[in-house]
Write a protein that binds this ligand. Structure first.
Ligand code: TPP
Ligand code: MG
Length: 355
């Protein structure tokens, strides 16, 4: 019988601060790996920053900003094999880019265009879930199903601190623990669920403490440290592959951007704390780490940033070149037998929009 230990208290950390806190290193990562992690971080950062601009220009719809969440997304995905599946939330909308999904696909998703509907089998990335926590039972069912089929696949499910209060999280975690499903519960604890702070979300001392109730280990990691996230996820993946069941990872960070482009956090957030957290945001921290190691030059940094920006511009051009979708799509796929009123609504929409 494997023993489930109480959740970790302290946060795992690898990256130092260049002063009193020493740098660590992760065994098994080559210089090429370290630079690949950097490129991925810049890709997601650029995607996120450009998306906010595109939103303001009216070129994409409401957008869920993930600025300073990149280390959690990049570090965790780097610990997976291509055959492993990712079950993202809206906060991880661009995680498919790490699996070769075109930028135009993700932008189309935020434009509400069907070109943004990808086939999950093409990238082993499930569809984005907007209802909080619903991706959790999807991931658990998938992981358990894979095990039954004798496949060697692991699933990772990304969700926030608020999602841990949802029934679907509880159902998924209970099931995964009992069935020893090869799944990783990756919680981005950004300490806010829109305007609900963590202290009102739970009375548990840490979110990782919840793990013991489901019979799985709970790890706590600094969510702004891409290497610590990678290392913790790699351990969870090894456990899942060995048939030892699920792991809960609590990656601790702080939401420094509004919940989404439709949110104004000034009425509830602590602005001073936001400014403080921005000082050591995850991409800059990793850049400084690589520079201390002598692995990153200004020229290389410039080149990586420029490449990411070009990818974004080309992706937006491609997304905007898509012909407008058929308006009927808005009305399809909801009912097996659509009520007659919907046909009238569609006719009216066509008349108003002249399509
Ligand atoms: C089932 C459900 N209830 C409520 C909402 C409205 N809602 C959207 S985002 C959000 C907060 C989620 O917070 P958290 O899980 O911490 O994720 P974060 O947005 O911080 O990444 C809520 C309540 C929803 N999308 N789905
Ligand atoms: Mg949150």
């Amino acid at each position: 019988m494997s023993q489930v230990l109480p959740a970790e208290g302290g946060l795992r950390r690898i990256i130092g601060d260049g002063a009193t806190l020493p740098d660590g290193e992760v065994e098994g990562l080559s210089a090429d790996d370290l630079l690949a992690l950097y490129r991925n971080l810049v890709l997601l950062r650029t995607y996120d920053e450009r998306s906010v601009v595109y939103h303001r220009q009216g070129r994409i719809g409401t957008y869920a900003i993930f600025w300073n969440h990149e280390a959690m997304q990049v570090g965790s995905v780097f610990a997976l094999e291509e055959r492993d599946w990712i079950f993202p939330s809206y906060r991880d909308s661009a995680i498919g880019l790490l699996r070769g999904m075109p930028v135009s696909t993700v932008l189309s998703w935020w434009r509400g265009h069907p070109a943004g509907w990808w086939n999950p089998h093409d990238y082993n990335v499930a569809s984005i879930c907007v209802p909080i926590g619903t991706q959790v039972p999807h991931a658990v069912g998938f992981a358990w199903g894979s095990r039954l089929k004798g496949e060697d696949r692991v699933a990772i499910v990304n969700f926030g601190d608020g999602a841990t209060s949802e029934g679907s999280f509880h159902e998924g975690a209970t099931f995964a623990g009992v069935m020893k499903a090869p799944v990783i519960f990756f919680c981005n604890n950004n300490q806010w669920a829109i305007s609900t702070p963590l202290a009102k979300q739970t009375a548990a001392p840490t979110l990782a403490d919840k793990a013991i109730g489901y019979g799985m280990p709970g790890l706590r990691v600094d969510g702004g440290d891409v290497l610590a996230v990678y290392e913790a996820t790699r351990e969870a993946v090894a456990r899942a592959r060995a048939g030892e069941g699920p792991t809960f990872i609590e990656a601790v960070t702080y939401r420094v951007a509004p919940h989404a482009t439709a949110d104004d956090p000034s009425s509830y957030i602590d602005e001073e704390r936001v400014e403080e957290e921005k000082e050591h945001e995850c991409v800059g921290r990793y850049e400084r780490y690589l520079k201390r190691l002598g692995l990153l030059t200004e020229e290389h940094e410039e080149q990586v940033r420029k490449g990411a920006l070009e990818l974004m511009r080309a992706g937006m051009a491609e997304a905007e070149a898509e012909p407008p979708p058929d308006l009927a799509l808005v009305f399809e796929h909801a009912y097996a037998a659509p009520p007659p009123g919907l046909a009238d609504d569609l006719a009216e929409l066509r008349r108003i929009l002249g399509q």
